[in-house]
Every structure is written in C-alpha cells, then in structure tokens.
Ligand binder design. Structure first.
Ligand code: IPE
Ligand code: IPE
Ligand code: MG
Length: 224
C-alpha cells in the first residue's frame, strides 16, 4: 500500500457550477468553500500531512475584476472567520505564490502564516497568484550567481514549496485534463486523477475513492 504524505488539488469547476444552478459564477465560488472544508476534515482524518490547494493562478488575473475581487474577498472572509479554529486544529497555513494583493489582504495572509507557523498536524499550502513557471524563474534567478553547478536540491530549496515533500497525488476536478501551470516540477512522479465532477459537487466519498485507488496503484519510478 502506498503511503500518502501530500495531496495537491486543482479545485476547478466553481464558475460552471454556479451557472448550472441558474445563478452566478461567484455563487459557485462561494459554494466551493464547503468542499474545501470537507477536504480539510477528510485529509486530517486520513493523517495526511500536506495539502496544497490551487486557489488563484498567475493566469487568473485575466478574469474580470468583479470576479477577482469576489475571490479575494471570499478568501479574506474565510481566513478571518476560520483562522482561530484552523489554529486550534493545529493546522499550519502557508501561502505559495507572490503576495501582491491589497495591503490589507497581504497582511492578513502574513498574519495567518505567522500565527499557525508552529502547527504540525496538517500543513495547507494555499496556491495564490501561483504559477509554476513563475516559481521556477524565481528559483533560477536566485541561483544564477551561484559559483558551483546547480543541483536538484538547490532547485527544490528555492521553490515556494520548500520543506514540502512532492505530492504523491494530484487531483483535478471539473472535467478538464490539463495542469494549468500548477506544480510542474513537483508532480514529475505524481499519480494524476482527473475527476469529472465540478468542485462544489465533489464529495468526501469521491475523495476517499481516489485515495483508496491511489493506495493500490503500482508505482514504478522507472523500475519494473
Ligand atoms: C475555480 O473554478 C477555480 C478558480 C480559479 C477559483 P473556476 O472559476 O475555474 O470554474 P470554471 O472552471 O470556470 O467552471
Ligand atoms: C486552474 O483553473 C486554477 C485554479 C484552480 C485556481 P482554471 O480554471 O484557471 O484553469 P484553465 O484556465 O481552465 O486552464
Ligand atoms: Mg476553471
């Protein structure tokens, strides 16, 4: 049976879900929070130590300002509302991606990271203004004046995910088979599960089914 230390998720399909309900895309984003809460609960239950959630990509700035602002407000309300309980649950919050939001949101995110920094039960990496190419460029630029040859270790240490083991599995909901610039280095050997359901429809049962299937997968890593 394969062990799971780290699950990464591309939470996709909120907008389509909202429209399908005859409401707005933002209605779907709001509903998506419930799935996030369920995933956190199940991940703790399964004693998985790292969870990375793709919340806003470097490409998502192309969306209309109204939707962007709604997403940032939702994040702000969520953190304000839940930070104490996340902290009590011994959850460590880490933002991956560059914090270039309003001063208010940047400070709140810094505060959430600081307050939860010593927690050891589950680390949640929230990928925000995150793009894998941007992350790699950031690492290469930091390393470019190094005298010696760059090693794999050097690169790992300079990614936003430093101190996080590579995810054993990546899940993308929303019926789309692409990676959308997410963790390209880190998922070199991850098992990938593309899920048809839209994020707000994704249930604990669906999540657990994927975890069980993963546990039974034969992972070769190039061997036989
Ligand atoms: C959520 O799903 C992902 C975010 C960028 C917040 P989408 O907003 O991409 O929903 P769809 O894919 O348009 O349905
Ligand atoms: C990926 O979803 C980003 C997040 C889930 C935050 P998108 O909906 O932005 O991806 P594309 O644009 O369809 O590839
Ligand atoms: Mg999408």
């Amino acid at each position: 049976m394969n062990q799971i230390k780290h699950v990464a998720i591309i939470m996709d399909g909120n907008g389509r879900w909202g429209i399908k309900q005859g409401k707005t895309r933002n209605f779907g984003h709001e509903k998506g929070i419930k799935t996030v809460e369920m995933i956190i609960k199940e991940t703790i239950k399964k004693k998985i130590k790292f969870l990375t959630l793709f919340a806003f990509s470097t490409e998502n700035w192309k969306r209309p300002q109204g939707e962007r602002n709604f997403l940032f407000k939702l994040l702000e309300f969520y953190i304000k509302d839940k930070l104490d309980s996340l902290n009590k649950e011994k959850i460590k919050i880490k933002i991956i991606g560059q914090k270039i939001f309003t001063n208010k949101l940047n400070s709140l995110l810094n505060y959430a990271e600081y307050k939860t920094r010593k927690n050891k039960k589950l680390q949640i990496n929230i990928a925000l203004n995150y793009g894998s190419k941007n992350e790699l460029l950031h690492a290469f630029n930091k390393l470019k004046n190094k005298k010696k040859k760059i090693t794999i270790r050097d690169i790992k240490k300079n990614l936003f995910t430093k101190n996080t083991p590579d995810p054993e599995l990546l899940i993308r909901t929303g019926n789309t088979k692409r990676l959308s610039n997410f963790l390209l280095w880190q998922i070199a050997y991850s098992e990938i599960f593309f899920e048809k359901k839209l994020w707000p429809d994704f249930t604990a049962h669906d999540y657990n089914k994927i975890l069980s299937k993963f546990r039974k997968t034969k992972r070769n890593f190039g061997n036989i």
